[in-house]
Design a protein around this ligand. Sequence first.
Ligand code: TXA
Ligand code: MG
Length: 312
Amino acid sequence: MDHAADIASSPELESAAAALKAGGLIILPTETVYGLAADASDARAVAKVYEAKGRPAFNPLIAHVADVAMARRVARFDDRAERLAARFWPGPLTLVLPVADEGAVCDLARAGLDTVAVRAPAHPLAHALLAAFGGPLVAPSANRSGRPSPTTLADAVEETGAAAALALDGGPCRIGLESTVVALLDEARLLRPGSVTRAEIEAEIGPLSEAEADARRSPGRLARHYAPNLPLRLEVTEPRAGEAWLGFGRDGAEPFNLSREGDLAEAAANLFAYLRAADRSGASGIAVAPIPKTGLGEAINDRLRRAAGFVG
Ligand code: TXA
Ligand code: MG
């Protein structure tokens, strides 16, 4: 099925926009992972998102926008923000910026901070819904808090579908890892690595700060995250008997080889779906092969360390 076909005229899209206007939640495909969307200006709807995810209220949400014009109604853009948005939007990059005066994103969605995270997703269905809705939507990954992000409609529905009025099917997510998050407050900082790499960002705006962001400025970095139910071992070259083996490259065995060709983009797209499948496989644990640490590998290794409980 061509998921991009006839999007603008889809009656489902009109139903989704109407459900959002009425304060309901929608399962929304993006190019990174599936999100659980609500009207960013509606504190009651946003409260339902935190509840459905079991997410601590100190961890703020990303406001998704149709384009830069909508983003400017939410956040204050400086030169660095203009440059990054021009280069990477629509796409998998989130900017944390000072909140705009009278911006539409409610306090609860920002966890009371004077900053706001914004991103314009590239998925045609997400873009069409934002345009039809006409305002910002919060959309955290549609998993229960602490679990791997859903990269298929079925996984999203299994995690938080019960709370949603409607689920939009956008097919499997092309990227499979959540957006890169960059804070542009005083210094520019990478808060969450993603498929827009550190090097690509630095090529636009110069060096990112090496200092650790203080916890209040990156509340999402506190908790154990992305975790399967089974114990997870990393950098494993020889799995133990009974372990499900997430290999990488030609030595990895099926069925969970993240990429036979050793392609990081393919490994990223498979990562969360394979963690979920390994979890369900009846194995005693999950072992993951070493994954190169540069480029997109920085984001993959970040998610794996958190999933294994090594950070936070
Ligand atoms: O790819 C994505 O970004 C997906 C799709 C659905 O768009 N969404 C997503 O949202 O990953 P979520 O809520 O799972 O992750 C948002 C991250 C969290 O780590 C949160 O702490 C951080 O962004 N964040 C949001 N607002 C922030 C702020 N004002 N300051 C610092 N970090 C912020
Ligand atoms: Mg998330």
